[in-house]
Design a protein around this ligand. Structure first.
Ligand code: NDP
Ligand code: 2IT
Length: 443
């Protein structure tokens, strides 16, 4: 359709050197032909041209001093992409690879993911090219304080509500929250993923991983299948990977792999999650140390987890970590389902190969939406000045993930792509935001 390709062309021209952002935008826009044809008002109101252009992009200097007294300068980002259906909402990523293209791809994905949750949250993302690995607590604090010294003026409980992502967990959210409160003198739900003592929600830590397994289970159930008795390969060993592994094991599966940026483990009898939590959540150590807990497990620094035969694959590390070759290996080894825990972990070629091969494929913006959905539940609790039980939050999360599955399956079917949940999630997520943008006029 020429409207869609015209918009993508113009976007590429205007944003040279942003491959991750172009990848995310192309995947979404390429799904929208049917829905745009049905809604000429989207063309008339320039919805696509507007939705690919962030409302606001903030880039700033983050100076900090290390333990040796040496000064460093990092670059901070916050991209406020779209607030048609609620305040900007999305995580902060601290990783040396962070640049504008990566933050824009994440912010763009967040618009549709947040829409799929059914909760009133817009899309945004931020972060920095700061590398938290090997830094002392004091250096992390110093960095977070400097970062928030600029960020505070752009956010607020009804404006923009950041949270965690790669390299940002409970410790960093605590330092960021403390700084925000000190500068503004406001005690408000301006960040999610907070500690339980100061406004955090039970089950937020578990939410992305649990939600991924809830949605994947629902997708399997529609085919008369389930996690019970299955072999599961997981990549990553951070927040999402750990709680995906925990829920998959609770559902009766055996999780046999995990990875970090230096290597991966294969434990054919099932990963020992107590050991992983001790290594990753407490000691912040490398996975190579896993063998000291489980001498029979294999640790490797070559190849990747996708070479291990499995029924279900859950990529939970980072973008483009699963390519077409990996997809071919998984299909050859008879994978039944893939659920994306990370954001955009599969390349476009890998996605296409899975769909073509009849693998049940749950795309990231649906499959990992449990984290941000529970963040929105944290915002509700903060507004009400109430605290819900773990069971209440977990039950709401479970219902939200089931609804997302049924929404994306229905949208795929309605627009002639039955069983293609990439199309379904993009269409369902887009439609609500597009309708809100039309209703609010060309802004
Ligand atoms: P963590 O920082 O807790 O863990 C990240 C994991 O992925 C670590 O094991 C890390 O290894 C590995 N990893 C990160 N970058 C790379 C890389 N470039 N190459 C190889 N391995 C890498 O992050 P999360 O678990 O929170 O996030 C994982 C993914 O899930 C990301 O894509 C994130 O955007 C997405 N996500 C997170 C949500 C959340 O609520 N936290 C919600 C929805 C999606 P190492 O420690 O060696 O770097
Ligand atoms: O990618 C994501 O959805 C997240 N990192 C979570 C965002 C949030 O606001 O909880």
């Amino acid at each position: 359709m020429s409207y869609i390709s015209d918009v993508l062309h113009a976007l590429e021209k205007r944003n040279p050197g942003q491959p991750e952002f172009m990848q995310a935008a192309t995947e979404v826009l390429d799904s929208l032909e049917g829905v745009v044809k049905e809604h000429p008002e989207y063309v008339k109101n320039a919805v696509l041209e507007r939705i690919v252009e962030p409302d606001r992009q903030v880039m700033f200097r983050v100076p900090w001093i290390d333990d040796q007294g040496v000064a460093h300068v990092n670059r901070g980002f916050r991209v406020q992409f779209n607030n048609a259906i609620g305040p900007y909402k999305g995580g902060l990523r601290l990783h040396p690879s962070v640049n504008l293209s990566i933050i824009k791809f994440l912010g763009f994905e967040q618009i549709f993911k947040n829409s799929l949750t059914g909760l009133p949250i817009g899309g945004g993302k931020g972060g920095s090219d700061f590398d938290p690995k090997g830094k002392s607590d004091r250096e992390i604090f110093e960095f977070c304080r400097s970062f928030m010294t600029e960020l505070y003026r752009h956010i607020g409980a009804d404006v923009d509500v950041p949270a965690g992502d790669i390299g940002v967990g409970g410790r960093e959210i605590g330092y960021l929250y403390g700084t925000y409160k000190r500068i503004t003198n406001r005690y408000e739900g301006v960040l999610t993923g907070k500690g339980l003592e100061y406004g955090g929600s039970l089950a937020r830590t578990e939410a992305t991983g649990y939600g991924l397994v809830y949605l994947t289970e629902e997708m399997l159930k529609a085919k008369g299948n389930s996690f019970a008795g299955k072999t599961v390969a997981i990549s990553g060993s951070g927040n999402v990977a750990i709680y995906a592994a925990e829920k998959a094991a609770q559902f009766g599966a055996t999780v046999v792999t995990m990875s970090d940026s230096t290597g991966w483990i294969y434990d054919k009898d099932g990963i020992d999650l107590t050991a992983i939590k001790e290594l990753k959540e407490v000691k912040r150590a490398r996975l190579s140390e896993y063998k000291s807990f489980r001498p029979k497990a294999e640790y490797s620094t070559t190849g990747n987890v996708w070479q291990i035969a499995c029924d279900i694959a859950l990529p939970c590390a980072t973008q483009n970590e699963l390519n077409e070759e990996d997809a071919k290996t998984l299909v050859k080894n008879k994978v039944i389902a893939v659920g994306e825990g990370a954001n955009m972990p599969s390349t476009i070629e890998a996605q296409e190969f899975f769909v073509k091969s009849g693998v049940l494929f749950a795309p990231a913006k649906a499959a990992n939406a449990g984290g941000v959905a529970t963040s929105a539940l944290e915002m509700s609790q903060n507004s009400q000045r109430l605290h819900w039980t773990f069971e209440e939050v977990d039950a709401k999360l479970h219902t939200i993930m089931r609804n997302i599955y049924h929404q994306m399956a229905a949208a795929a079917e309605k627009y002639g792509h039955k069983g293609n949940f990439i199309m379904g999630a993009n269409i369902a997520g887009f439609k609500k935001v597009a309708d809100a943008m039309v209703a609010q006029g060309i802004q």
